[in-house]
Design a binder for this molecule. Structure first.
Ligand SMILES: C[S@@+](CC[C@H](N)C(=O)[O-])C[C@H]1O[C@@H](n2cnc3c(N)ncnc32)[C@H](O)[C@@H]1O
Length: 363
């Protein structure tokens, strides 16, 4: 049997993925593999290797560690039989936790590579189509999709964990990382739209300043745009190096200058990724559709990872509450515990906000 977040439908503990004979050990220098493709033991789900990697505070290659799972379950207050829309299936960690509460999960994901893989793994773990239904579409269309699935009045809970999964970030072939070279792609759905490389090659300096500022609050947007807008890059490393060449002299004399350079590179990649995938317009459409997706008494929770996302969720929830019929418990978002932040650095920027559609008593 195959594990999903260490959980199976019958609750048995598992030791990761089993199956085909492992490939021969690829050659790599040093004690541990550094490249994504070389981490074959992690890809294979070797239990001992996974434990070692997790103990070192890292996410095993080809997996994703779900963030703030306990808090998400706490705010959604699921009961057995509740119907949940998980807008962002990813590796299925949150979905598995919801299924563990006896919920029926309608899961969405636009990624045609990782989405079906996750569903396959979850099916092998015992979650059949009676409890886990997969919608391989953009969550912008969630309202229509749920209505077509028989929920025109909405479902008991809606959840979204925005951004990318670790599988997507770490795989150089997807073009999200500059730690290993890959094509400058960055599409969540590589079968649609335009790659980051093409987008950048056709982008004016002015437009790139706007993209870097609006999508990532990049303070050196002008300097970066002046050098990279309208250019073609051989791959992710070439773009990262071009950005480094612009900003390193600016930060050279500052304490922690190297980290500042890394942060700028990260923000440039974030801004392009958001643009390539139209992430803000998809999120705006999702938030507009949310009231129609939530039945009376239902709750929605959204995990965000940067200010552009959080601002949108915060304002949308405030507008829903101001219009009446919704309740927002906290003005401040929930954050991952110190222990989780230590164990998983990807949780440090997470913010969780939630809202409840109030049940109106007609009596
Ligand atoms: C952070 S991961 C979710 C991880 C998941 N909660 C887990 O526990 O494994 C975000 C996922 O959302 C998907 N995604 C991002 N934007 C989307 C959109 N507009 N519509 C549908 N899926 C989207 C990505 O492909 C990715 O798989």
């Amino acid at each position: 049997m195959v594990s999903v977040g260490g959980m199976t439908r019958d609750g048995e503990g598992t030791e990761g993925m089993s199956g085909a004979r492992p490939p021969r050990r690829p050659r790599y220098s040093g004690k541990n593999p550094r490249k994504f493709a070389e981490k074959y033991k992690e890809h294979r789900g070797d239990g001992e290797t996974l434990s070692k990697v997790a103990a070192a505070g890292k996410t095993p290659a080809g997996t994703h560690r779900p963030i703030m799972v306990d808090e998400v379950l706490q705010v959604l207050e699921l009961e057995a039989g509740d119907v949940v829309a998980d807008a962002t299936l990813g590796f299925g960690g949150h979905a598995a936790a919801m299924l563990g509460k006896g919920a029926v999960v309608h899961a969405f994901d636009v990624d045609p590579v990782e989405g079906p893989r996750t569903v396959e793994r979850m099916r092998a773990a015992g979650y059949g189509e009676d409890v886990l239904l997969f919608h391989p579409v953009n969550f912008a269309g969630m309202g229509r999709e749920l209505a077509a699935a028989g929920f025109p009045e909405g479902v008991d809970a809606v959840f979204a964990d925005l951004g990318l999964s670790s599988m997507q970030i770490d795989d150089p072939a997807r073009g999200f990382t500059w730690k290993e070279n890959g094509p400058l792609d960055m599409r969540l759905n590589p079968q649609r739209g335009v790659s980051a490389g093409k987008l950048l090659a056709g982008m004016s300096e002015e437009k790139l300043v706007k993209v870097l500022t609006e999508n990532a609050d990049e303070p050196l947007a002008r300097e970066v745009a002046a050098v990279v807008a309208g250019r073609e890059f051989a791959g992710t490393v070439a773009l990262a190096e071009a950005v480094r060449a612009v900003v390193a002299p600016v930060y050279r004399l500052r304490v922690g200058g190297d980290e500042e350079v890394q942060r700028t590179i990260r923000r440039v990649f974030q801004a392009l990724r958001i643009e390539v995938n139209g992430e803000f317009s998809a999120l705006d459409a999702f938030l507009r559709a949310l009231p129609g997706c939530l039945r009376a008494g239902g709750r929605a929770a959204v995990l965000t990872f940067h200010s552009g996302e959080d601002r949108r969720v915060k304002h949308a929830f405030a507008a829903m509450a101001a219009g009446g019929g919704y309740y927002v418990a906290d003005d401040q978002p929930w954050r991952a515990s110190v222990a989780e932040q230590r164990a998983n650095s990807r949780s440090t920027s997470a913010k969780l906000r939630w809202i409840e559609r109030v049940e109106v008593d007609d009596a």
